[in-house]
Design a protein around this ligand. Structure first.
Ligand code: M6R
Length: 616
């Protein structure tokens, strides 16, 4: 939540900040602001509530004459509503310094007393302004931004990435991180700071991930990192694996549309290099040691939201192939239940961003208890994969739309690969089954492409249903998490009441919701590979149809059994049952996108949300 950018260099400062903010806007869009050192050597700020476009308007009406030092912020409001005054940057030291923040300062009430005691009057309701004021007090006392900054960050409790600059130290931006992301971009005669590499990828692909409880100091020609005590810390640079174009909308109507279309590539890239003849081999897991994997007697997948549904799908496959019990827990519930863990437990976290605070905290909790952790993550060098014992990256490319699509498909793919790797190492997977799964994987990108081609049909359906107030989704087995995902997508971007149910659960209560015309999507298992489940779901369809439901059935091509009972039929390619979710989900993604569009909503930036949830 919240995107932060810092710049030190000779080039267009406001341009660099705005470019970074545009690319980070998915992290929060309640307000935006920038601060620069202006031509007169003073700190100048422009900030505004609402999306970045409003700040851009303001800058056009009232331009800044920047001289090479600046910070920028796009906000997801925590302390204080999304107003102009609460927007970042905040000022300290009588306007001589500016500061931005991502996170929550939990002891801000106590710190505010110190600020009040110093006779400083705060203008906003934010925790951030308290930090800016404290930093001002320290700078006035020590006469040095870095010393003051270290003193202040040591006093803070909660989560934060902070960036600050001071009039008396032109060309310098200081930054600190504690449970919140921070990366450095290394340019030629210019350097950058950002919440993630998107902040500067259009200028440089050389990056450094700043570690927990470290401070980064950038100037145009140098980068230094220290710990909170001021001792120098060594760092390694890495190369960002994608370019700015990958994170551009291109000609698409929305990032979400672009990302749905990119799903065949997301699958192909996640598989690449991990299929070895008729078997799956994930080098990152081999490094972990076969003994460790053989010893595992229980797996817990931890994740939130869409990633948790990917985890639920993955759990079926891992259990089937690796014959080890798998449960899925929401990250934010996990550590509060005092979970039973042992040195034979394996934790697999799933996170697109690799920065979701709830998941990070759950992973840390497991690590502290000596549990082996694997991270399934889409973001290079993010905190969760760096903290984990092994990282199995999904290669979906940057996902910008708040509603996750291609990352979801890539997460399921990665979890399946992990299941197959485990099955091989543990000796629970026959060579025949392994070869069959590999063949399914090889054919998958093309089948996902066919599922993407349901767009036109689904778009029509969604536009007819633009006034729908509630939609239900039913699935069984691996179709159940897909029903949950279909419902989440709809809530998230079309603001419609939607619920996903296990089809078998219907008669235990939810069937009372069925009334005349109630739309129900039903994910129908394959009659070829799951005949028993297929017939049960067809019975469920008859039950809801008899009560007036409008049935939209997602079926494999050639399945005619549901035709007499379905109002609409969406056909997906034939595959093995375990692989059906990767195809079934695609029309549900399109449906959410098109319904959101039909309602005139912002598909990519739904209200109240942000892509990366870095607060608990
Ligand atoms: O970055 P993560 O995968 O950890 O994010 C987890 C959830 O916040 C995320 O999947 C969320 O549910 C999506 N916006 C759903 O589309």
């Amino acid at each position: 939540m919240c995107g932060i950018v810092g710049y030190a260099g000779p080039n267009d400062t406001v341009g660099a900040l705005l470019d970074g903010l545009r690319r980070l806007e998915y992290r929060g869009y309640d307000s935006a602001g920038v601060a620069v050192l202006d031509a007169a050597g003073a700190v100048s700020v422009r900030k505004r509530s609402g999306k970045l476009a409003r700040l851009e308007e303001l800058l056009e009406a009232s331009p800044l004459s920047a001289t090479g030092t600046g910070i920028g912020h796009t906000r997801w409001a925590t302390h204080g509503g999304p107003t102009d005054v609460n927007a970042h940057p905040h000022l300290g030291d009588d306007g001589k310094l500016a500061l931005i923040h991502n996170g929550i300062v939990e002891n801000f009430a106590e710190l505010r007393e110190d600020v009040a005691a110093a006779g400083i009057e705060l203008l906003s309701e934010t925790d951030t302004e308290v930090v800016a004021a404290l930093l001002g007090i320290e700078v006035a006392r020590t006469g040095d931004l870095e010393t003051a900054f270290r003193a202040v960050v040591r006093r803070l409790e909660g989560t934060f990435t902070l960036l600050a600059m001071h009039r008396d130290e032109p060309g310098k931006v200081v930054a600190a991180r504690h449970h919140s992301p921070l990366v450095i971009g290394l340019g030629e005669g210019e350097n950058f700071l950002g919440s993630d590499v998107a902040a500067f990828v259009s200028s440089t692909r050389r990056a450094v991930a700043v570690a927990e409880d470290n401070i980064a100091i950038i100037t145009p020609d140098a980068v230094r990192i220290t710990d909170f005590a001021g001792d120098a810390v060594e760092f390694e640079e890495f190369e960002v694996q994608w370019d700015a174009e990958a994170a551009d909308k291109g000609g698409w109507s929305s990032f979400m549309a672009k990302e749905i279309n990119e799903q065949p590539d997301a699958v192909a890239n996640t598989i690449r290099g991990r299929l070895d003849g008729g078997r799956v081999d994930i080098p990152e897991l081999t490094e972990l040691g076969d003994d460790v994997l053989r010893d595992v007697d229980r797996i817990i997948i931890i994740a939130c939201g869409t990633a948790s549904y990917a985890g639920q799908v993955g759990a079926y496959a891992i259990e089937q192939w690796a014959r080890v019990p798998v449960e899925v827990q929401l990250s934010h519930e996990f550590r509060y239940r005092d979970p039973v863990l042992s040195d034979r437990t394996l934790i697999i976290s799933v996170s697109q961003s690799g920065e979701t605070m709830d998941t990070l905290m759950a992973v840390k909790y497991a690590i502290e208890r000596g549990v082996t952790t694997i991270s399934v993550c889409n973001t290079q060098s993010a905190t969760i994969p760096r903290e984990s014992d092994a990282a199995v990256y999904t290669h979906a490319g940057p996902e910008v739309a708040v509603a996750s699509t291609k990352a979801f498909i890539a997460q399921i793919t990665a979890l399946y690969l992990i299941g197959l790797h485990l099955g091989r190492v543990r000796g629970t997977l026959s060579e025949e089954d392994s070869a069959e799964a590999v063949a399914q994987f090889e054919a998958l990108p093309e089948k996902v492409r066919e599922a993407v081609d349901t767009h036109e049909q689904v778009a029509q359906l969604a536009h007819w249903m633009a006034d729908t107030r509630s939609v239900l989704f039913l699935g069984r087995h691996v179709g159940f998490p897909i029903a949950l995902e279909g419902a989440l997508k709809l809530k998230e971007i079309a603001y419609i009441h939607a619920e996903g149910f296990a089809a078998g659960e219907l008669k235990h209560g939810p069937i009372a919701l069925i009334d005349h015309g109630q739309p129900v999507f039903v994910l129908v298992p394959s009659p070829r590979t799951s005949p028993l489940m297929h017939s049960k779901v067809v019975s469920n369809i008859q039950e809801i149809r008899a009560r007036g439901a409008r049935v939209i059935a997602v079926v494999e091509k050639g399945d005619t059994a549901v035709l007499p009972y379905a109002d609409d039929v969406i056909r997906i390619p034939l595959s093995d049952s375990l692989f059906d979710p990767l195809l079934q989900v695609v029309p549900l993604q399109w449906f959410a996108l098109e319904l959101s569009t039909a309602k005139g909503l912002d598909v990519d930036q739904p209200r109240n949300l942000a892509k990366s949830v870095t607060v608990e």
